[in-house]
Design a protein around this ligand. Structure first.
Ligand code: LLP
Length: 433
């Protein structure tokens, strides 16, 4: 736990260098956060463009001339302006719904660089993806394969497919964000992969182009990836002997970030290890990656204002104006997010639970944090760029927060704060009561 009087150590505890203290207050790049909060109110999501670009750069540097397509796992943060940044940088996109595909196209992304994952693709989503010309469908079950074949045939199109294999490896992460174990709903068991590929070859309207897996999220070790890769490489060898040639290998997303004291797995470390294994096998496949969190997680903060300080016999609570409806990760996964005072006080600290106004005991953002606070103080919840706003909801009739993208000394509202009218849009009072 950094000392609150030491502003240097407070600057980037979660590894967010684009958010830093200057003259005793927290900035996003060159913009004082107090200033944004005053103008735009709170709760407020603030993203740094430089942080997005630097996260992207860590992938491009790691690629070192190899044939790698990075498809941003956009479920992590699908604001149009964020997608637009990645589209401009040449990113592809990993999507899991028709809605996400529409966002990609609205933001100027290239559908030819889109991979379509997800266990529950509906007919209309398949039609939209086929008509848009996506790069690949990551197929997760035999019934999905058959449905895709029927839809593509009806449209007179050919669907590029990759089978999402469940390699049954333990990603050593939170059980709710682990996806590559047998008991998870994702993918096709590796033992059944060969027969599924044979079926895919026979079915009309399909073109087999790849293999993929995604074993989980917030992974900080390279070994689960390499275990999964070994299994996929064995499968590829078997497929080749069966006359099934693939064009790409998709290892999914999942690289972790620093929330507290984790040591994240750098893209370069993962990719070097993967390139080495591919070279040993003499394989010249395109590599596809689907990183989400590692591209945006530490590029965002959630700014919130302290409403009340409530001291009870058991605990001290800082009741803030952001709740579990704004940032669900602590309630859902007991996730740890750093909490930074925007203007640190040099007074005595107390140990606070930072909680929201929602009527649920699960509505907390941080527990047992030493903070020197007064009502009206602003706090920044760190590492809120991924799975933050996208998981927000309206519970307790709370309008969703505004979002801002900072670029040097400039900033733009990339989503306005919702109003009461937004909350009730689509609802109707009855004439007959
Ligand atoms: N590809 C697929 C097929 C995925 O299911 C996911 C994430 C990704 C890529 C991107 O994974 P990432 O690089 O972001 O780890 N809401 C949770 C995380 C759920 C991840 C779901 N799938 C959280 O807040 O931790």
């Amino acid at each position: 736990m950094p000392s609150l009087t030491d502003q240097q150590s407070l600057a980037t505890p979660a590894g967010q260098p684009h958010f830093h203290y200057r003259n005793g207050e927290l900035y996003a790049e060159d913009v004082p956060l107090v200033w944004l909060a005053e103008q735009l109110s709170t709760p407020l999501y603030v993203y740094s463009k430089a942080a997005l670009h630097s996260a992207w750069g860590s992938y491009t540097q790691a690629i070192k001339g190899h044939d790698v397509l990075v498809c941003y796992g956009m479920k992590a943060n699908s604001n149009l302006a964020i997608l637009q940044q990645f589209a401009k940088l040449g990113s592809g996109f990993d999507i899991v719904s028709g809605g996400e595909l529409m966002r990609v196209m609205k933001a100027g992304g290239n559908p030819g660089k889109v991979v379509f994952s997800g266990v529950g693709k509906e007919v209309w989503e398949m039609e939209l993806a086929l008509n848009s010309g996506v790069k690949c469908f990551n197929v997760e079950s035999v019934p999905e394969l058959k449905r895709l074949s029927a839809v593509a045939t009806r449209l007179g199109r050919t669907a590029p497919v990759s089978i999402r294999v469940n390699p049954d490896v333990d990603a050593q992460t939170h059980p709710y964000i682990s996806t590559g174990l047998k008991e998870n709903k994702f993918g096709i068991a590796i033992e059944s992969a060969l027969e599924t590929y044979k079926l895919a070859k026979q079915l009309p309207g399909l073109n087999v182009v790849g293999v993929d897996c995604h074993i989980g999220s917030q992974i900080t070790e390279v070994s689960p990836y390499l275990d999964a890769l070994d299994k996929l490489l064995n499968l590829i060898t078997t497929l080749t002997t069966e006359g099934i040639e693939l064009h790409h290998l998709d290892l999914g997303g999942g690289l972790g970030i620093r929330y507290d004291d984790e040591t994240p797995l750098a893209p370069g470390v993962l990719l070097d290890a993967v390139f080495e294994k591919l070279a040993q096998k003499g394989l010249k496949l395109q590599l596809v990656l689907e990183p989400g969190r590692s591209l945006v997680g530490n590029a965002g903060l959630l700014i919130t204002e302290v409403q009340y300080l409530k001291h009870t016999d058991d605990k001290d609570f800082a009741i803030v104006d952001a709740g579990m409806n704004d940032l669900m990760r602590p309630a859902l996964y007991e996730a740890w997010h750093g909490v930074l005072p925007i203007r640190p006080r040099m007074t005595q600290t107390h140990v606070y639970d930072v909680v929201g106004p929602v009527c649920e005991s699960a509505d907390w953002l941080a527990r047992a944090r030493a903070l020197a606070l007064e009502e009206g103080d602003l706090l920044a919840i760190e590492s809120a760029g991924a799975y933050g706003f996208v998981m927000a909801g309206h519970y307790n009739s709370r309008p969703r927060a505004a979002e801002v993208l900072v670029d040097g000394k400039h900033w733009d509202v990339i989503r306005t704060r919702e109003t009461f009218d937004d909350l009730i849009r689509g609802e109707a009072l009855l004439d007959r009561v």
